[in-house]
Design a protein around this ligand. Structure first.
Ligand SMILES: *Cc1c(COP(=O)(O)O)cnc(C)c1O
Length: 498
């Protein structure tokens, strides 16, 4: 049969829809796929039809179900909402290059700008986020956040001179009397360490200032002030708040008052305040009901940051790759990533800045469109309802684990902080992540392997308090609380009985 994109797409959909519920491919399928790969570049191409058959029949059986299965709880992956998939196919089919704002030639930059401003509304961040861009993910956004921080904290001490983006970091630091730039965090995501290396601060510049052994995700504000005071000795700081932290889902701050305090300290000592909210920032978009009031008050005040990282391909359930970066100062952002001296790229004065002056890339994918489609199709209520189901499942799993004799629920704030007469308070802090271990050490050592080898659910392994731990992250739009709880219970009960 002749090759056509349309019939090809029907074949893709029927493969996805007939895929089993298994979250991982069978080990034998992976081996078969690997064996089917060509040994080298073919001299004479196979042609479209044969290549299509190879992709569909040989390659796809080797894929995992991370984005299409209902019960993949590894990492934080999200799923793909159907309308996001449609939008993503439009993106590929029309392949707009969203780098220069050319409003007479393509509406893509205007749609991207609209998607970004609707995201700011979804997250209830208020006005003033003039610098905003889609990135390839939270890692790209964290690179921008730290780069803006570097620019701001050095320029702060040498006002009126050309910025770091012009002078370069070494010369600017000398002029400013800066001998060290430190990044203050609590359990910062690994990508912050990568970002610190990329922008020349170094991975060693991250410093953890935990509130306590029992709440290591929470920032200790007294230690923060001690660190910020080092500015007098030429040590300047970027504060990078985990919101939420990837192992526990918990937040570096626990209420608006804490954010206000941190904001005031950053202003006093000339520090930059960045929030890594890859998935956790979306707790602000939960329905405003008593059920979620604890998470909503925990995440209050994050809008006081100078810059914010978020992910699209996690909670928003759009395809890879998509993240976003927001900052209050468009001019600061463009002083870091501006693409100067290319007259042919100029778009003239406009309310929509050209993306090439707001982000890392020049030529770039129209990755805004799936986000635009999801925001439009679901609206605030529809997304709130998806986020609510995810939290309900995570809380139901927490309760199950808490009362299970074979398991231990980890990363709980000390009971003394809580109303001990009300067991619900244990779970109210749960967002979408549940961290736990098996009480029997022998079982615990192989718990993740036992669970994942069922291929019914997939979980991530991590370390907690020096021991192996297991982590469930609920992030797909497909959550059905009762159905999924039942499956998780049966897998977790089952793996103890071996
Ligand atoms: C996932 C995650 C990142 C990295 O995001 P990518 O989209 O994989 O680049 C950074 N920070 C946090 C808190 C995350 O959860």
């Amino acid at each position: 049969m002749a090759f056509s994109i349309a019939s090809s797409y029907n074949k893709i959909r029927s493969l996805v829809e007939s895929a089993s519920d298994d979250v991982l491919p069978a080990p034998s399928s992976i081996a078969k796929v690997t064996a089917s790969l060509p040994s080298s570049l073919p001299v004479t191409g196979l042609g479209d039809a044969a290549t299509e058959a190879h992709l569909l029949n040989d390659i796809t059986p080797g894929f995992n179900g991370s984005k299409i299965a209902s019960n993949y709880y590894g990492f934080v992956t999200g799923g793909v909402l159907p309308i996001a998939e449609v939008a993503d196919n439009i993106v590929t089919a029309f392949d707009q290059n969203v780098q220069v704002h050319l409003p007479d030639q393509s509406v893509s930059t205007v749609v991207e700008d609209k998607a970004l401003s609707m995201l700011v509304e979804l997250l209830k961040l208020g006005d003033g986020w003039e610098g905003k861009t889609f990135t390839t993910g939270a890692t790209g956004a964290n690179i921008l956040g730290l780069a803006c921080g570097r620019e701001a904290v050095i320029n702060h001490r040498r006002a009126g001179k050309p910025g770091v983006g012009e002078r370069g970091m070494l010369a600017a630091c000398m002029e400013a009397g800066v001998k060290e730039i430190q990044i203050l965090t609590t359990m910062g995501h690994s990508s912050l360490y990568k970002a610190a290396s990329v922008i020349g601060l170094g991975r060693n510049s991250l410093k953890d200032i935990p509130f306590s052994k029992h709440e290591p995700w929470r920032m200790d504000i007294d230690s923060l002030e001690q660190e910020l005071k080092l500015t007098d000795e030429g040590v300047v700081s970027i504060v990078a708040l985990s919101a939420g932290e990837v192992n526990t889902g918990r937040y570096a701050t626990n209420e608006k008052a804490a954010m206000k305090q941190i904001r005031a300290l950053c202003d006093k000592y000339g520090a930059w305040l960045h929030v890594d909210g890859a998935f956790g920032i979306f707790a602000r978009s939960l329905p405003d009901t008593p059920e979620f009031s604890s998470l909503i008050s925990t995440t209050a005040g994050l809008e006081l940051a100078d810059s914010i990282t978020g992910d699209g391909h996690k909670m928003l359930n759009v395809p890879y790759d998509c993240g976003f970066f927001l900052t209050r100062s468009a001019s600061l952002l463009s002083s870091v990533v501006g693409n100067p001296n290319a007259a042919y790229l100029s778009s003239g004065p406009s309310s929509v800045p050209s993306p090439l002056n707001m982000g890392l890339e020049n030529s770039r994918r129209f990755r805004a469109l799936p986000v635009y489609a999801v925001l439009l199709a679901c609206g605030r209520e529809g997304l709130g309802e998806i986020f609510a189901r995810q939290v309900r499942l995570a809380r139901a799993v927490s309760e199950y684990i808490y009362s299970h004799e074979g398991y231990e629920l980890l990363a709980q704030a000390p009971l003394s902080n809580k109303d001990s007469s009300n067991i619900r308070t244990w779970y109210e802090d749960t967002h979408i992540i549940v961290l736990f271990s098996a009480k029997d050490d022998r079982v615990n050592g192989e718990l993740v392997k036992r669970i994942n080898s069922t291929r019914k659910i997939y979980v991530s392994g991590t370390q907690w308090d020096g021991k192996s731990a297991c982590r469930i992250a609920v992030s797909t739009w497909k959550v059905d609380v009762e159905r999924d709880l039942e499956l998780i219970r049966s897998v977790l009960d089952g793996v103890l009985q071996r």
